[in-house]
Design a protein around this ligand. Structure first.
Ligand code: AMP
Ligand code: GLY
Length: 428
């Protein structure tokens, strides 16, 4: 088969690394990819939202299967674009259509969906531009901390959590009246604050049945001890020690099944991944958000834990025959530690040569913001390399990731040395 993966992050490197292990693959392409994906696939210089060029490339290269990594092309309708074209419609595509992608593309849509289908989530109310004063009054009558979410995609920056009523009201004004996140904040969801521990659960679905992939926990803050600014994710672990069988079953019954059934009831034809951002409050799982893609850096621990040929599962999802496929998982634990550019998530410098990649052992360095320039691998993004490892347990995996994180380096690079700090006591 000829396969095209769309995206350029650590997630897409991990997905293409896994796909490349299948003997069903003839040609594997990644658009646009990074320096790491070029080790397992052929990079194609086409942006993730350039549907016309992606479609033309797929035809010219007899692509059989397209796997869409990031949310933006999905929310913009890449699946619908392929479906609507006579020549492209028979290419298998893993990724929901525009309607399904609203689960991530609109917080208001996803909250309505959860309430309609009795899926546990925080209470909320949505306000439009015209309702700014009502929104401010609602905040005044609510309890701190206040949670405000821009309705649309805001590159992971659209959530504001504050203890201060004044700040919450100012943020609401910035979002609604001053279009802080452009159109994405023309509506704002104000949500009840949930106190608990978070985890990420993933399924691959053909819209009827689903396969639950290994769960993971990611570490979003830049600073050790979960302090400082939010990032795209600084590291991840799988399995999650507190997600025992009973809890995972509860997630399946109360969250995953009702979501798949809800999609069916709403007649949303959903093919692709669903990422459940969950929070465990007491013994109960509640949904914080849906994403219509895999997580990053979670994918960098999920893919190494899949034993089976992943291409079989992807094809079956696209074909609507997922119930015929068994997916086996690795008993071993996985960790990833994200090496980031100094200064990230604020301003950082690019173009430094990355060294040490050829000296690390027993790890899989998944590339994110890297590029091959004049034969050298340089940093071109904030998150640069996710150093993944497998081990008999999480501690062993983490030791491998951390050891390699010292060896790979470039000017001013940074990483968290404490990934897993909150979970390790659970393992003693
Ligand atoms: P989201 O983009 O919806 O995932 O939100 C980003 C982060 O904000 C989440 O990963 C949580 O850490 C936090 N968060 C979002 N909603 C809530 C909530 N209702 N209560 C507590 N924390 C939240
Ligand atoms: N790691 C969280 C995300 O991918 O959204």
């Amino acid at each position: 088969m000829n396969i095209l993966v769309i995206g350029s992050g650590g997630r897409e490197h991990a997905i293409s690394w896994k796909i490349a292990q299948s003997d069903k693959v003839e040609n594997l392409y990644v658009a646009p990819g990074n320096a790491g994906t070029s080790n397992v696939a052929t990079n194609v210089e086409i942006g993730v939202n350039d549907f016309e060029k992606l479609g033309a490339f797929a035809l010219e290269n007899a692509i059989d299967l397209v796997v869409v990594g990031p949310e933006e092309p999905l929310v913009k309708g890449i699946a619908d674009y392929f479906k609507a074209d006579e020549n492209l419609k028979n290419i298998k595509l893993v990724g929901p259509n525009k309607e399904g992608a609203q689960l991530e593309g609109s917080k208001d849509f996803s909250k309505e969906f959860m309430f309609r289908h009795n899926i546990p989530t925080a209470g909320y109310k949505t306000f439009t531009r015209e309702e700014l004063e009502e929104g401010k009054a609602y905040l005044a009558s609510a309890k701190a901390p206040y949670v405000l979410k821009a309705d649309g995609l805001a590159a992971g920056k659209g959530v504001i959590i504050t203890e201060s009523l004044e700040e919450a009201q100012e943020s609401l004004t910035d979002m609604l009246a001053h279009a802080k996140f452009g159109d994405a904040s023309s509506r704002v969801v104000i949500e009840e604050f949930l106190d608990g521990i978070e985890l990420s659960v993933f399924v691959l679905t053909d819209g009827k049945s689903y396969v639950t992939l290994p769960e993971a926990k990611d570490y979003k803050r830049i600073g050790e001890g979960d302090t400082g600014l939010n990032t795209g994710g600084m590291g991840a672990l799988s399995p999650v020690p507190f997600a025992d069988e009973t809890f995972m079953q509860k997630i399946d019954e109360k969250v995953v099944k009702p979501t798949i059934d809800g999609l069916k009831k709403d007649e949303i034809d959903y093919v692709g991944f669903i990422f459940f951002g969950l929070i465990k409050v007491g013994e109960e799982p509640l949904v914080i958000e849906y994403n219509v893609r895999m997580g990053d850096p979670e994918t960098e621990v999920v893919m190494p834990r899949i034993k089976s040929d992943f291409v079989d599962a992807l094809v079956a999802a696209a074909d609507g025959t997922l119930d015929t496929v068994e997916v086996a998982f690795e008993e071993q634990s996985a960790s990833t530690v994200m090496l980031v550019s100094g200064g990230y998530p604020e301003a950082y410098e690019k173009g430094y040569e990355i060294t040490g990649l050829d000296k690390v052992e027993n790890v899989i360095p998944f590339h994110a913001g890297t590029k091959l320039v004049d034969g050298k691998i340089v940093n071109v993004g904030g998150r640069v390399i996710a150093v993944s490892a497998l081990g008999e347990n999480i501690k062993e995996a983490l030791e491998k990731s951390k050891k390699a994180a010292e060896v790979i380096s470039w000017q001013n690079y940074n990483y968290r040395k404490d990934i897993g700090f909150d979970l390790l006591p659970l393992l003693d």
